[in-house]
Design a protein around this ligand. Structure first.
Ligand code: ZN
Length: 315
């Protein structure tokens, strides 16, 4: 039995072009057993059920951007493709440990997720400084039990994590219910989701987010817009995974947790029948592992330059 968890689908409304969701369709293996591999043939088929909220292509109907004077095609391309972020060198291991707490309660989710968030801040701060980022400050973290939140990117249903302009919104109740289904999966999901959202924050602070949204709006065809969205989302996942990989000896992302992580990232992305705005499962897995698997001395943000990648790799 499998189920589609309602932490997933993707929509975004981009006021000022900076909204982005985790928005990843995920299949959760039911029961206590983590799915240890991503072998072809053993991979569960995604069940796209009523939990998925956006059969519509909402990101196309993003709210009008605030004025973004100063971009041109070449200048926006320069920001996304030749960003100083890609020259910042190895990502330091934060040496943060996973906090040993049950996420059976909202308080537990709060503890667990806040720890991951603090670790991400510690690891990324020097990178942001080297990249000449707008700010090296952490985003504001909202662990919320609300069903909707009012954000600068519009009202958002808290069925999934969400990033908007220096804010990470993280739904607590969904994590509790995930924990009750499969605690290893819940740990993996919480860690990976927070890392992905923090990846959006890195994009935000380095100017990539705004420039990418500008490019997306300027694009003429729907397929070009979707490809730009996929480059942005796959990069956020790659950056998140690069952090997890850089810190993997300390967290530690090994054993069952690692197996679950690897399975999960290869089973995330655009589910059948939904907008192709996050990338195929295959490419999501590829970018996640690409970020993660470098040796510690070469785990760099440069590996996550999805804007330089051939279209097939961001399909
Ligand atoms: Zn995202």
């Amino acid at each position: 039995m499998e189920l589609m968890v309602n932490l997933s689908r993707t929509t975004r409304r981009g006021l000022a072009g900076v909204a982005a969701l985790t928005g990843l369709a995920v299949v959760v293996p039911a029961g206590a057993q983590a799915a240890p591999t991503n072998e072809a043939g053993t991979r569960p088929v995604p069940v796209v059920g009523k939990a998925a909220e956006s059969g519509t292509d909402e990101h196309v109907h993003a709210e009008a951007p605030t004025a973004k004077a100063g971009y041109t095609g070449p200048s926006a391309l320069k920001i996304v493709r030749y960003n100083k972020l890609y020259k910042t060198g190895p990502i330091p291991a934060s040496r943060c440990k996973e906090v040993n707490v049950s996420m059976r309660t909202v308080a537990g989710v709060n503890k667990y997720a806040t720890q991951v968030y603090k670790c991400l801040y510690a690891a990324w701060k020097p990178i942001l400084a080297k990249a000449g980022a707008r700010s090296t400050a952490a985003p504001k973290l909202h662990i919320t039990t609300a069903s909707t939140v009012n954000t600068r990117c519009g009202v958002q249903r808290m069925t999934r994590a969400f990033y908007c302009e220096n804010n990470i919104y993280f739904p607590a109740n969904q994590m509790v219910s995930l924990w009750k289904q499969n605690s290893t999966y819940a740990r993996t999901y919480a860690t990976n989701t927070m890392a992905h959202e923090y990846g959006h924050h890195i994009q935000e602070q380095t100017g990539i987010m705004d420039a990418s949204w500008w490019r997306q709006r300027a694009m003429k065809t729907q397929s070009a817009k979707l490809e730009e969205s996929r480059r942005r989302e796959l990069q956020a996942s790659c950056l998140g995974s690069a952090y997890i990989g850089a810190n993997r000896r300390f967290y530690p992302m090994t054993g069952a947790l690692y197996n679950q992580w690897r399975w999960m990232v290869n089973n995330m992305g655009d589910a059948k029948g939904y907008p192709r705005d996050h990338g195929s499962f295959k490419n999501h897995g590829w970018w996640s592992e690409h970020g993660f698997y470098a040796t510690s001395s070469t785990t760099t943000a440069a590996r996550c330059n999805t804007y330089e990648s051939a279209p097939a790799r961001v399909s």
